[in-house]
Design a protein around this ligand. Structure first.
Ligand code: NOJ
Length: 564
């Protein structure tokens, strides 16, 4: 018995040691200076050649991620799931879907991540489970079972659903089910019933899930669909749709009774308390209309989410210095630590959104310029796999090929999200080195030129540029900590700013036009001494030093320099 308790104490303390350190030497929590990287596990690397990526595949690429300078990976859901929404329909939160491997594979990934100094962040689907989750099966079995109130069940009204709420994936958000002869609420697919977060037993069960993973060494969670965690208990009808649609094409602007209810914030603050016990980070899928809403997700005492994602930044959608300048100013003014996201598994890839129909030389330059942007702003960047090699969307060409519920619903106008979820391009071999079997989603068409192996050898590649700016960011206190100071604010073509820390000033100049430009800077009004710029990195051939009177930029060029 004594031996057992000694063993227990040893395990607990080993585990405490295995959590990432609370702060760095200067007192910053680890996630503030980290570069995060989202992995869509179906599409990253396939170790058993069944055409679907898996955890062992991710494990085999940790050395690559370390080489690139990534500090934390957020893995989209890899839990057991019927996969109606590719894992965002979880049927067991405390296991791994056999298609992705086993719990032992996950433990190994966490362990190897520690060796490579890469923290593992899981995707916690908080709003809903799968309709195949045992909790839902029990809840659906009668009106009186112990879990009867774990989901949102209601009687119908006037021969139809309880109210006018619609699902973001189309149609009514209510589905009638026997034997309860009641409707259940699903904001997403019918296979994704919403949990009833007003039930304390649900909250406890969900909080315990996070504890279970923290104890296994997970360093935090990306919280899925937090906006929709709570619903108005009296189920009031939403006002009629005013035709303004959000990214999914749903009735974002009139969803006042089933989105962003105040109770969501207090629940997230309690979830944060649990995270703090384990020094973990919470990233939020937080769709907000303005900075006020975004600030609410940081919490009144910065006691809610450390990293609520700012999706307003993903909606600029054009290479425009004034637009970026405006959005950066908003984002830099948040009450907490800013988060920079350009794309993810729900958003078209940067290469397409910003490259449009330009030629590939310009598209490559834009990809590099935007990389320089989010790696040199004050805050935490979250990359999406493949952005570092210039992967583009490969959208389905025929409706029969569409796999994503959104594409099935919206075809042909909306092709869904399959296009931004194609296999990672590792090399020039069959299927881009992702798998020897036919991949679940076709590989991008340009993989022969745009892949890790080819780009690692090319000093001018997008990949080597990413590696260079990430390394620069990590070794430069001004880039990590410095104040953001916009420069030349009336320039419509060139976005420029300083990152200023103690007596160190780093200048970032991004040409957001397709023409060459010469720019000059007067730093005196900013209280900055120094007349010359010592090049730290440039996406084109730049002299080692320039005077601040004349800095030449190539089309869509990125230039980073130390002011001396
Ligand atoms: C947001 C996820 O990012 C998306 O992929 C998913 O379809 C919905 N939440 C539902 O979980």
């Amino acid at each position: 018995m004594r031996r057992l308790s000694l063993l227990l104490i040893l395990c607990i303390s080993l585990n405490a040691f295995s959590q990432p350190k609370r702060t760095d030497a200067e007192g910053h929590p680890w996630w503030q200076h980290a570069v995060f990287y989202e992995i869509y596990p179906r599409s990253f690397a396939d170790s058993n050649n069944d055409g679907i990526g898996d955890l062992r595949g991710i494990n085999s690429k940790l050395d690559y991620l370390h080489w690139l300078g990534v500090d934390a990976i957020w893995i989209s859901p890899m839990f057991p799931s019927p996969q109606v929404d590719f894992g965002y329909d979880v049927s067991d939160y405390e296991n791994v879907d056999p298609v992705y491997g086993t719990l032992a594979d996950m433990d190994q990934l966490i362990g190897n991540g520690k060796k490579e100094k890469i923290n593992i962040i899981l995707d916690f689907v908080v709003n809903h489970t799968s309709d195949k989750h045992p909790w839902f099966i029990e809840s659906a079995s009668s009106r009186t079972n112990p879990k009867a109130d774990w989901y949102i069940w209601r009687d119908g009204k006037n021969g139809g659903p309880p109210n006018n709420w619609t699902s973001t994936f189309g149609g009514s958000a209510w589905k009638l089910l026997q034997p309860r002869n009641q409707y259940y609420y699903h904001y997403f697919y019918a296979g994704q019933p919403d949990l009833n977060w007003r039930n304390p037993a649900v909250e406890k069960a969900m909080f315990d899930v996070t504890r279970w993973w923290y104890k296994r060494g997970v360093a935090g969670f990306r919280l899925d669909a937090v906006d929709t965690m709570f619903e108005d208990p009296s189920l009031k009808d939403n006002p009629p749709d005013d035709d303004k649609k959000n990214a999914y094409g749903d009735q974002e602007y009139n969803e006042i009774y089933n989105k962003k209810l105040p109770e969501m914030h207090t629940a997230l603050q309690r979830l944060r308390k649990v995270a703090d016990e384990y020094n973990a980070v919470l990233i939020g899928e937080t769709w907000t209309k303005n900075i006020k809403e975004l600030n609410e997700y940081y919490g009144p005492m910065l006691n809610e989410l450390q990293l609520p994602m700012n999706f307003m930044f993903t909606q600029i959608n054009k290479v425009s210095a004034p637009e970026f300048r405006k959005q950066i100013a908003f984002a830099d003014s948040v009450s907490g630590w800013p988060v920079w996201v350009l794309s993810n598994h729900d958003i078209r890839r940067v290469y397409d959104r910003y490259g449009d129909d330009r030629d590939s030389k310009d598209k490559d330059a834009i990809a590099k310029m935007l990389a320089a942007l989010y790696m040199t702003l004050r805050g935490t960047p979250i990359m999406y796999y493949g952005e570092e090699i210039g992967m583009e969307n490969n959208d389905p060409k025929r409706v029969e090929d569409v796999m994503d519920p959104i594409g099935k619903l919206g075809w042909p106008k909306e092709k869904g999200r399959d296009g931004e979820r194609t296999p990672m391009q590792w090399n020039t071999s069959t299927n881009a080195g992702f798998s020897t079997a036919k991949p679940w989603n076709p590989v991008g068409q340009r993989y022969q030129q745009y892949n890790v192996a080819v780009e690692q050898k090319d000093p001018d590649s997008i990949l080597n540029w990413y590696k260079q700016v990430i390394a620069l960011r990590k070794s430069n206190p001004a880039l990590l900590e410095g104040k953001y100071i916009p420069l030349n604010e009336d320039d419509d073509n060139v976005l420029a700013y300083l990152r200023s820390y103690k007596d160190q000033n780093v200048l970032v100049v991004l040409n957001m036009s397709g023409d060459q430009h010469k720019v000059k800077f007067d730093m005196s009004s900013k209280g900055v001494k120094g007349k010359s710029a010592k090049t730290l990195a440039a996406s084109f051939k730049a002299p080692a030093t320039s005077t601040l009177d004349s800095i030449s930029l190539e089309p869509y060029g990125a230039y980073i320099a130390q002011i001396e």
